[in-house]
Design a protein around this ligand. Structure first.
Ligand code: DAH
Length: 339
């Protein structure tokens, strides 16, 4: 009996030592300690032993069982540890691997310039207004005193939706729309997209951006116009920049002017950007025509005002020395990432 127990003990320990994982250990456990296991069989057969033998054999069997159980326990926790370590090794995160770059967008240079311009006018007490991009003939032309015969009305220059509707050719139609809904004093700017039936080339785009301005109150004069626009230009391009006003013609203002600023690249010395003249043409402006005030429901005998309109693309192109307007509309990241 003793030899048999010794044999069970050593073969159980050997098998435990060989088990490679917890399922193999379980097989060993069942083989020796399970209901039909070898040790259990010995315990069962103890009924046939004599009363003297029984406690002696019982003691040996119990010792062997304790040894096997302890060995199983140790092996189970060793294997569990090994399996855990293996799992950790397999799941390892390689922190030296370069991460995926999150692509962060930037503001488009046109948007950034508009933002800048808006801030300057807001600081001078202007409000920001919007108007529709699809406009009636009335607001786009008639209300602005643009005669039936004006070339801007031709289909060559303007995108017509139908006989009475156009894609607005300027932001100026917002002037009369706003006057009709608001009482003076009025002090607003209106930035937005405008459309002209031009073929796309380096200096023309069928879609571009303008910013309109309108100021109306009692006693507004050309000096107010000059002071406001001069301050805008200095805030936008720097204190050194000087402005000058040249007489011009627009149907919706009288008198009308174009405003030039000293070239902010060469400070008026003359360079490639200003084509040697030292001056850069920036915008159109003038005192709001009495007929336009009337269309807006404002009495020209009581009120006067000034208006201006500037090309935002042009200002961006000048600012960054761009020689092709298409760059602003192609969404080419190689270009846009430079801002
Ligand atoms: N609407 C003109 C254009 O598209 C720009 C302009 C000039 C707007 C003079 C004005 C203005 O309000 O007074 O060229």
């Amino acid at each position: 009996m003793k030899e048999k127990m010794e044999a069970i003990r050593s073969s159980a320990l050997e098998e435990i030592g060989k088990a490679a994982d917890s399922s193999e250990l379980e097989v060993v456990r069942v083989k020796y300690l399970g209901k039909k296991g070898e040790l259990t069989a010995v315990l069962r057969s103890m009924g046939s032993l004599s009363a003297e033998e029984r406690p002696v054999v019982g003691k040996v069997v119990n010792e062997v069982r304790e040894v096997i159980e302890a060995a199983l326990q140790d092996a189970v926790s060793a294997i569990k540890n090994r399996e855990k370590e293996q799992k950790l090794k397999n799941d390892v995160i390689d922190i030296s691997l370069p991460g995926k770059k999150n692509f962060i967008g930037k503001r488009h240079p046109l948007e950034a310039a508009l933002e800048n311009m808006k801030e300057i006018f807001i600081s001078m007490g202007f409000t920001i207004e919007e108007g529709p991009e699809v406009e009636t003939n009335y607001y786009n032309f008639d209300a602005l005193n643009i005669p039936e015969s004006h070339p801007a009305r031709s289909e060559q220059d303007t995108f017509y939706i139908n006989e009475n509707m156009v894609l607005r050719t300027a932001t100026s139609p917002v002037q009369v729309r706003y006057m009709q809904k608001n009482e003076p004093p009025i002090k607003m700017i209106s930035p937005g997209k405008v459309f002209r039936s031009d073929a796309l080339d380096a200096t023309h785009s069928p879609i571009f951006y303008q910013m309109e301005g309108l100021v109306i109150d009692k006693g507004i004069t050309f000096s107010d116009l000059k002071g406001t626009l001069d301050l805008f230009v200095r805030k936008m391009f720097g204190d050194k920049v000087k402005t000058k006003f040249r007489p011009h013609y627009f149907p919706f203002t009288e008198p009308s002017a174009e405003m030039d600023a000293t070239c902010f690249v060469c400070n008026g010395e003359g360079c490639k950007v200003c084509k040697g003249s030292g001056w850069i043409e920036l915008l159109g402006c003038g005192m709001v025509h009495p007929e336009v005030l009337r269309q807006g429901g404002i009495d020209p005998e009581v009120y006067s005002g000034f208006a201006f309109g500037m090309g935002v693309d042009r200002i961006v192109m000048l600012k960054y020395g761009l020689d092709d307007i298409r760059l602003l509309y192609e969404s080419d990241m190689r270009f846009l990432n430079q801002f």
